[in-house]
Design a protein around this ligand. Structure first.
Ligand code: GTP
Ligand code: MG
Length: 304
């Protein structure tokens, strides 16, 4: 009887939580989407776009990365909404394996410093992600800046990159991988997010609202899904855009309802692609003054 050749043991599964933190507007959600390879978190040029902890999952070979996008840490305002957002960030830091601290390459301001201060006590590896490298005109200035950053924290890795360049994003996955603990995967191999279609629908509508109203509309507006019905390959969605004042209502609706129509049609098209289904979308605009300062309202609108 011949000996049975022992087959090579398959590489052990790795899986870990990777938090993405940083001040508003540095490109955290853009980076998350690029890392996952699909849009799971909305982005806009407006600060404070992300309002929830959003998980994006990517499985490559034996490694499963569970990225956690967070709201840009708020230091300027003290409304209940901001308190809630900040709690989301500090809560995330306690149970992750790696932290990606995102800044804009070549810049480090007071807002960045306040976020970094949250990490002073942590024993977790923190990476410095110097994003928007494509906007740095003089690359030579970056070396002294990086050197200065070394003095601010014992960063485990320094990664200058552009979240909009695929090669950079793939390189980052390779750098994070050895930091993931060896343990079984938390999610299916093809999972992309732990969020529901209903949640994604409200987020996509909010993204179009933010993008199409620009800076005129205060950030204290939100979207609530009143009805979400799945009928085979059809989704019937009815949603309300909630604003704080009558004047804001007009901004959302626009001349002859034109802007609201556009928000609806752009959201619908994106949702159809995302859900691979036909979407009927009905949008309403409601005024609820003070919602962002009312903890009970915040909870009923899905803020943890
Ligand atoms: N040029 C350039 N722009 C970028 C890059 N990454 C992100 N951006 C832009 O930066 C803006 C903010 O991006 P977001 O991903 O929404 O930023 P965020 O950090 O998630 O912001 P909050 O959710 O508000 O905290 C958007 O207009 C992005 O298109 C990059 O690598 N290069
Ligand atoms: Mg974001």
């Amino acid at each position: 009887m011949s000996d049975v050749e022992p087959s090579a043991a398959p590489a052990a599964q790795r899986c870990g939580l990777v938090a993405i933190v940083g001040r508003p507007n540095v490109g955290k959600s853009t980076l998350l989407n690029a890392l996952v390879g699909q849009k799971v978190s909305i982005t806009s040029a407006k600060a404070q776009t992300t309002r929830h902890r959003i998980t994006g999952i990517r499985t490559v070979g034996e490694a499963q990365f569970v990225f956690v996008d967070t709201p840009g840490f708020q230091t300027k305002h003290s409304a209940a909404l901001n308190r809630t957002l900040n709690r989301t960030v500090t809560g995330v830091l306690s149970d992750v394996d790696v932290v990606l601290f995102v800044v804009e390459a070549g810049r480090f301001g007071l807002d960045d410093a306040k976020v970094l201060a949250l990490m002073q006590g942590t024993t977790k590896p923190v990476f410095l992600i110097a994003n928007k490298l494509d906007t740095v005109v003089r690359r030579a200035d970056l070396a002294p800046w990086l050197k200065g950053m070394q003095d601010r924290h014992a960063f485990a890795e320094f990664v200058p990159l552009s979240a909009k360049k695929d090669a950079d994003v793939q390189r980052l996955l390779g750098i994070v991988k050895p930091y993931l603990p060896e343990q079984p995967w938390f999610h299916d191999e093809d999972a992309l997010t732990d969020r529901s279609e209903k949640f994604l629908a409200s987020e996509i509508i909010r993204e179009k609202l933010f993008r199409l109203t620009g800076d005129e509309l205060p950030y204290t507006s939100t979207v609530v899904i009143d009805e979400f019905k799945e009928e085979g390959n059809l989704r019937r969605i009815s949603a309300s855009i909630v604003v704080e004042r009558d004047a804001h209502k007009g901004m959302v609706i626009g001349n002859g309802g034109e802007r609201l129509k556009r928000i609806g049609s752009e959201a619908r098209q994106e949702l159809e692609t995302l859900m691979d289904a036909k979407v009927f979308l009905e949008l309403w605009v409601k005024v609820r003054s003070g919602w962002a300062d009312d903890e009970a309202h915040l909870r009923s609108y899905g803020y943890e």
